[in-house]
Structures are given as structure tokens and as C-alpha cells.
Design a protein around this ligand. Structure first.
Ligand SMILES: [Zn+2]
Ligand SMILES: [Zn+2]
Length: 371
């Protein structure tokens, strides 16, 4: 591979479309894994990098949901081999730092600075443009390209029989939503759950709650078409939202409110709604994002009553365990992935597909680079 060119979608400046251009690779370092990327999902976080809402230094190849086949490995790589099918994770944690030792790999001392600098674990970049200049790695993945170099811990083997376009979704939207239900809120058998927002993350919270055996799963959205989809993912009740949302939830949860609420809409109003829908002692898991400098208000009375307010950005992910387990759940017919994909497209159509993402018209659009 070294020396030959491949196509990639490069963010050259914020506010501008991605540039589809040929790149080359620097030689692999000992801990590197080279992946022939087959499929990559378009996530709202990529869009935020394009607009500047998520700060990352350009030029950088975007994309952080990716699945493909290992093409080559560096001299120190032990866990994966050429030919293996892998899904990328953005948290290639070191396993040894303060946060990793406390079982919080998302905060890993090694991962966070690399994400900010668009570098890989060694603090360097492997991608080069046509002029020979360095190009960065988005969240250690950069899946909007025909090839990607990732740290060994970011390449998670999955069964060969899960199709790449579905496998790539495990990397962000699926693990964020399903993990929020299973790992963060720890939804239990028979619990009642309300999910505010039925986009890519909300739908995956719904199916996570179903996998956990929740008794009541209430999906909320302003769009009726999204609620229809939520029912297919396992929602027992659907609601269009509105002022009486909390009262409607209490009416079907014995007058108490839900055991667990999830805010997956990313708008300020839905945060208060989510809190108001929980019972005393229940949990509220905040998954949506807004401007980090924006103040958010909550009625103090609504957060009293022993409620637990939790925040998660990737569902408490333990990718090495979760990706193969979720892939198997899909192959066994227990996890919906086909239904998340509205559109498949070639790399060259990526800018136009991001307009659909911006409008909320697609749950997932997936770039297919190699069949
Ligand atoms: Zn660490
Ligand atoms: Zn994402």
C-alpha cells in the first residue's frame, strides 16, 4: 500500500464541503493496523467537524463509523491479522492510565489528546496529500477513505458474515444507544423506559431497552415517521411529545413516571422533558449534545427525589466485548441494523448526503467504498 494512492474525503477548512482527493500513506508504525475500508456511516459528529462545532484541526479525513478488512499490520501488532473483518472504535484506550484503571476508557489520557490533535496513538499522522503534506486522523479512525490506519486497539474483529455496511454502524450510533441502556442506565427486566428523540441514537436506546427485557418502552419524537420506526425497534408506546408528555408517561407507569429516561434529541427543551418523565429515584441519561458554552436550565424540584442524572457520549462502550456481541445479536435476528440505513452512496456523493443528515431526513446514510 505504501506509495500507492487512494481516495479520501478531506476536511480542508471548516464551513466548506469535503474535498475528495488522492492520499498516500507513510510507512506503518509498529502498533498500526491498515484497513481496507468497505463501509462508513455518516454521523452528526462528522457534520459538527465540518461546521466547526466540533473542533479538530484541518486538514483531516473525517468519518468515525467504519468497517473493513485488515490489509496489513505493524511489527508489534498481535491481536489482529490480515484478512480479518474489523469494526473501528474511536476509543483505542491504553488500558493503563488513571481513567482506564478506573474503568472509564472514554477519558483515557492517551486517547483524548490524540483526538484533539487529529493524530494516532504515537502522536503522529500517517496520511499524506498529493503535495506530501500531513493529513490528520479524525477520532483515530478516518473512515471516509478507501484505506485507514488505526491503532491496534481501534480495530475490533467481528464475524465475517455480518455485511460491512451494517457492521460499521456498531462503531458509534449502535454502541451509543444500546450501550446507554445496557451499560450506563443498566435497564433491568420489566423496567419502564422513555426515550426522548427517535433518531439514530434514540432508536438504538429503544432496542437496547428491548434487549434488556424492559416492560414498557415509550418512544417520543416530533415526527410520526420516526415513531413508526421506533415501534419496529421495540417501542411498546409512541408519543408525539408536547406539553402533557410527563402526564402521559405517568399514566402508563402506575402514576410514578419511568424508571429510566434517555435524552436523545439534543435540544434544550427535551432535557427538562426527560427529567420530568422519570419517577423519584429513577435515572436520566443525557445522550444528545448542544453548544458546549450554552447554559442549560432545569427546575430544581425536577432533579430532586433521589434522581440520578447521567451523561454518556458513547454508551459506556467496551468495544472489544460489545462489537462482536452486537454483531452476533444482529446475525441471530435480535438487533436491528438493516432498518437503520436509509441510503447507500459512493464516496463522491458524501457532501450531498450530509445535507440529508443535517435535515434529519435519514437515520443513517452509509458510504460504500468496496463491496
Ligand atoms: Zn488510558
Ligand atoms: Zn458518531
Amino acid at each position: 500500500m505504501a506509495g500507492s494512492t487512494f481516495q479520501a474525503a478531506v476536511l480542508r477548512e471548516t464551513g466548506a464541503p469535503l474535498s475528495i482527493e488522492p492520499l498516500t500513506l507513510a510507512p506503518l508504525e509498529p502498533g498500526d493496523v491498515l484497513i481496507r475500508m468497505h463501509a462508513a456511516g455518516l454521523c452528526h459528529t462528522d457534520r459538527e467537524a465540518m461546521t466547526g462545532a466540533f473542533a479538530v484541526p484541518p486538514p483531516v479525513v473525517l468519518g468515525h463509523e467504519g468497517a473493513g478488512v485488515v490489509e496489513a499490520v505493524g511489527s508489534a501488532v498481535q491481536r489482529v491479522k490480515p484478512g480479518q473483518h474489523v469494526v473501528c472504535t474511536i476509543y483505542a484506550a491504553c488500558g493503563q492510565c488513571y481513567y482506564c484503571r478506573r474503568d472509564q476508557p472514554m477519558l483515557c489520557d492517551m486517547v483524548v489528546p490524540n483526538h484533539r490533535a487529529a493524530t494516532l496513538s504515537s502522536g503522529r499522522k500517517r496520511l499524506r496529500d498529493a503535495a506530501g503534506a500531513e493529513v490528520g486522523h479524525f477520532l483515530s479512525v478516518s473512515s471516509f477513505a478507501e484505506y485507514a490506519v488505526v491503532p491496534e486497539a481501534a480495530a475490533i474483529p467481528v464475524p465475517d458474515d455480518i455485511p460491512f455496511d451494517r457492521a460499521c454502524l456498531l462503531g458509534c450510533s449502535v454502541i451509543t444507544g444500546v450501550g446507554a441502556a445496557l451499560r450506563v442506565a443498566r435497564v433491568g427486566l420489566g423496567d419502564s423506559v422513555v426515550v426522548v428523540g427517535s433518531g439514530p441514537v434514540g432508536l438504538n436506546v429503544v432496542q437496547g431497552a428491548r434487549l434488556a427485557g424492559a416492560g414498557v418502552i415509550i418512544a417520543v419524537d416530533r415526527r410520526a415517521d420516526k415513531l413508526e420506526r421506533a415501534a419496529a425497534f421495540g417501542a411498546t408506546h409512541t408519543m408525539l411529545g408536547g406539553e402533557d408528555l410527563a402526564a402521559q408517561v405517568r399514566a402508563i407507569t402506575g402514576g410514578r413516571g419511568a424508571d429510566h429516561a434517555f435524552e436523545a434529541a439534543g435540544v434544550i427543551g427535551s432535557l427538562q422533558d426527560s427529567v420530568d418523565c422519570t419517577r423519584p429515584g429513577g435515572s436520566v441519561t443525557i445522550l444528545g449534545k448542544t453548544d458546549p458554552n450554552r447554559l442549560v436550565e432545569l427546575r430544581f424540584g425536577s432533579i430532586s427525589g433521589e434522581r440520578r442524572i447521567l451523561r454518556s457520549s458513547l454508551g459506556g462502550a467496551k468495544a472489544a466485548d460489545d462489537f462482536p456481541a452486537y454483531a452476533q445479536a444482529y446475525l441471530d435476528g435480535r438487533l436491528c441494523l438493516d432498518e437503520l440505513i436509509d441510503r447507500r452512496l459512493p464516496l463522491g456523493s458524501i457532501n450531498e448526503a450530509f445535507e440529508d443528515v443535517e435535515r434529519g431526513d435519514v437515520i443513517r446514510a452509509v458510504v460504500v467504498m468496496h463491496e
